[in-house]
Design a protein around this ligand. Structure first.
Ligand SMILES: [Zn+2]
Length: 331
């Protein structure tokens, strides 16, 4: 790489990072076109979930740091609860209107509307995030092509990546439309929920939507699932939610998680969260009780599974719900 090419790449990298950091404001209210500007809506509930997890206004979340020389690195860091897990996909009025049933009173796991809304929020956040990555990848690809770094008239890795990102975004969008219709017609029963009542004190919250990696003939697309983990009646509840016709794929894909119990189930869930979710919130009190080794193992397992990579390992230190070593042996 000559000096000019290096400088062009460095400039494009800086612009790419700026693009990734830029917000993409759009209200995704399904009932009508809404032109009001989006707020930083919480994808993990602020009032009833972060309330129980934060310490002095902070929570612990994974953050990706990008650097041109060292590449991306990942760390779990403390972030202000008001910035945690937000996305700019709803305006203030519609955010309130949509989630009022679960904002104004505690979530009831026997209430189909409550469970629908919890899952819907994860779907909306993913639809918003995948639309933004589609735009970002396309923008960066075109920028590279304009600068002569990427050929326009033959297949290239960034070109294929842009197409793949658009396809991923489209798959999420298709499922979001099903949720939109169900929301508008109050057909809460279009979803199936797998409820896991966990023997773990409140300390972990997750809200994510991802693929089961299994194909559904019925929807002619990969079956997808949302995972929400939240404090529930002094303990923790995990809910896997999917369109009813994707139930079989969810059962197959997460068989080990669904069939195990106790500490083993918490271990399987920890691995699933770190493999598939980015929107992970831990209480600082819980995280600080982890040994250095547990923190490193968690970060490594997470880092090796980001950006579509897939890595598996068995290590009891991959555990999010309690310190694995007694605190006295922490170092
Ligand atoms: Zn709106």
């Amino acid at each position: 790489m000559n000096e000019v090419e290096r400088l062009v790449r460095q400039k494009l990298f800086a612009e790419g990072v700026k693009q990734l950091a830029s917000t993409f404001d759009i209200c995704m209210w399904p009932a009508s076109k809404c032109s009001k500007s989006a707020i930083r809506a919480h994808s993990v509930q602020n009032s009833r979930v972060l309330d129980l997890i934060h310490h002095k206004g902070h929570v612990v979340m994974p953050r990706l740091r990008t650097s041109f020389s060292e590449g991306p690195t990942l760390q779990f860091v403390e972030v202000g609860r008001n910035k945690a897990t937000t996305f700019t996909g709803l305006c203030s009025a519609h955010d309130q209107q949509m989630f009022a049933p679960i904002e104004s009173r505690p979530i009831d796991a026997a209430n189909a509307q409550h469970l629908f809304l919890v899952a819907y929020r994860a779907v909306l956040k993913e639809a918003h995030a995948s639309m933004k990555s589609g735009i970002d990848t396309q923008t960066n690809y075109l920028r590279g092509a304009d600068n002569g770094l990427i050929p326009r008239d033959e297949p290239s890795a960034p070109g294929l990546q842009a197409v793949e990102q658009m396809m991923a975004s489209y798959l999420v969008h298709q499922i979001k439309e099903r949720y939109d219709n169900a929301f508008l017609t109050q057909q809460w029963s279009c979803l199936n929920h797998f409820l896991l009542y966990l023997e773990a004190p409140p300390g972990v919250a997750v809200s994510s939507f991802f693929t089961t990696d299994l194909w559904s003939e019925e929807t002619d697309a990969p079956a997808m699932v949302s995972l929400n983990v939240l404090p529930y009646r002094g303990k923790t509840l995990a809910v896997l939610s999917c369109l009813t016709e994707h139930s079989k794929q969810v059962e197959t894909s997460f068989d080990r998680l669904l069939s195990s119990r106790g500490a083993l189930q918490l271990y399987e869930l920890s691995k699933l969260i770190l493999r598939k979710c980015e929107n992970i919130v831990l209480s600082p009190m819980l995280y600080d009780a982890f040994s250095h080794r547990q923190k490193e193992t968690i970060a490594m397992y997470f880092e090796r599974n980001i950006a579509g990579q897939s890595f598996d390992a068995e290590d009891p230190q991959i555990f999010l719900f309690a310190p694995v070593d007694p605190p006295s042996s922490a170092h």
